[in-house]
Design a protein around this ligand. Structure first.
Ligand code: PLP
Length: 474
């Protein structure tokens, strides 16, 4: 039996190695039609054991064609990510150990390594020392957890009494912008804050929150007897990578004693670059901040770090220790007490492997190269007749559109959508679109550690070719 496992391991190792050597041979965007995999698999689980070779053959034949290759160097959609090969090894070890890091004693090393790597990251990002890091699966859950902490601080009675039917409780308010990631609204919905109490503060021309408008809204709400609970400021928004002015916003949240949550899910990793770090100026007054190593730090999905000023508030919000989970240790973190989840994966291991195997210097170099490639792409777009840049592009994302031949705004939108669809159907690249001021724009995000200048050039060449083809066909 052990020999069989060993040969299976080797088979998988070969496949993984081959994938990393040549992921470009796959179409980036899967060509599967809806239902295509389901139609090819039996409706019931097998009663009898199947040989590994058969399972693996089906993995290659049926599963891989249904994969959209996030690890492909020409994946430019949404946020381009990549899994460092060394992190794959860490994931294998974490699964081998099958650690559940719910309590300190259920694997002291998992909990303590989490404390160590989140501190390492905090130092790289020059975060204030009072921020304590905890690992969750995604920024969405980190953000939800931060909102729950904000609610606990604003109105601790809700934990016991809930919110329904209470005349002593006025609505709690959350402030975002139209550029804020949707998970904040989702979190407010889940916490019973109510969507109508999530207020979108107007942005300036650069898609950043206007502090004067925030201040006015909070004053207005206070005058109406409403309870300002949390402001979510974003450093690196999802559409354009714009950043809200943290220091100015922090001055307002401090004055009114409102929780300041900073969403740096995407841009957080880049703040380890001295030239990007100014985006976090003012973070010393934040109550919480999220950054995603699974987005731009070469750690495979999933790993998000939530930093909080007072982890004790999180514990007050969530801790509910069943009799069978009581433990004798004091002065340790039992991370099941700091969120919804009981069971927790040993996620810190892969981050530790990546930070050590690359070292901060090489990571900075990779991040800089992504930003430089995005800036170069933007310069090509700017100097190409018929194309225009649609938003400032301070980091590794460029929003732009093809606007030659005029037409109504709707026609221009449709033309750009077709260009994106055609480019993506080629299988060579995958880009996405977003809407700015109601208009559709193309969006290229660079962030895969294996992306080269040639990859970006190819994307730009295809975009121009398909745009021309569209014009020719009219
Ligand atoms: C991607 C992103 C999120 C959501 O990240 P998940 O980890 O997928 O939940 C939240 N906020 C911002 C700014 C993002 O870019």
């Amino acid at each position: 039996m052990p020999d069989e496992f060993r040969s299976q391991l080797e088979r998988v190792a070969d496949w993984v190695d081959g994938y990393y050597k040549d992921a470009r041979r796959y179409p980036v965007l899967s060509r599967y039609k809806p239902g295509e995999l389901i139609g090819q698999l039996p409706a019931r689980a097998p009663e009898q054991a199947e040989p590994f070779a058969a399972i693996f053959a089906d993995f290659e034949r049926l599963i891989v064609p249904g994969i959209t290759h996030w690890n492909h160097p020409r994946f430019f959609a949404y946020f381009s990510i990549s899994a460092a090969p060394v992190a794959i090894l860490a994931e294998m070890l974490a699964s081998t150990l099958d650690v559940n890091a719910m309590l300190w004693r259920t694997s002291p090393a998992a909990t303590e390594l989490e404390d160590v790597v989140t501190k390492w990251l905090a130092k790289l990002m020059q975060l204030p020392e009072h921020l304590h890091g905890i690992i969750y699966d995604t920024a969405s859950i980190s953000g939800f957890t931060a909102l729950a902490a904000a609610r606990e601080r604003a109105e601790p009675s809700i934990r016991a009494q809930g919110m329904a039917g209470r005349s002593d409780l006025s609505p709690l308010r959350v402030y975002i912008t139209e550029q804020t990631h949707s998970h904040i609204e989702k979190g407010a919905i889940a916490l019973g804050i109510g969507r109508q109490n999530v207020i979108k503060i107007p942005c300036d021309d650069g898609f950043a929150m206007r502090p004067d408008a925030l201040e006015a809204q909070i004053r207005d709400d206070l005058a109406k007897g409403l309870r300002p609970m949390c402001v979510c400021a974003t450093v690196g928004t999802t559409s354009t990578t714009s950043s809200d002015p943290l220091a100015a916003i922090a001055a307002i949240t401090r004055k009114h004693n409102v929780w300041l949550h900073v969403d740096a899910a995407y841009a957080g990793p880049a703040t380890i670059l001295p030239e990007v770090r100014p985006l976090l100026d003012g973070v010393e007054h934040a109550d919480s901040l999220v950054m995603n190593p699974h987005k731009w730090l070469f750690v495979p999905i999933d790993l998000s770090v939530l930093y909080v000023r007072e982890p004790e508030i999180l514990r007050r919000a969530f801790s509910l220790v069943a009799d069978y989970l009581q433990t004798p240790e004091t002065d340790v973190h039992n991370y099941m007490d700091y969120g919804l989840q009981l069971g927790r994966r040993f996620r810190a291991l892969k981050l530790w492997f990546v930070l050590r195997y690359y070292g901060a210097e090489a990571i900075r170099k990779k991040l800089r190269s992504h930003i430089a490639l995005a800036q170069e792409l933007a310069s090509w777009i700017r100097s190409e007749p018929g194309w225009e840049i649609a938003a400032p592009h301070p980091l590794s994302v460029v929003c732009f559109r093809y606007s030659d031949d005029g037409g109504t705004p709707e026609e221009i939108d449709a033309r750009n959508q077709r260009i994106a669809d055609d480019v993506n159907a080629s299988g060579e690249v995958f880009i996405s679109t977003t809407r700015l001021h109601g208009r559709l724009v193309l969006r290229v995000a660079i962030g895969n550690e294996r992306t080269t200048r040639e990859d970006v050039e190819l994307a730009w060449r295809l975009l121009r070719e398909y745009a021309k083809a569209k014009v020719g066909a009219r």
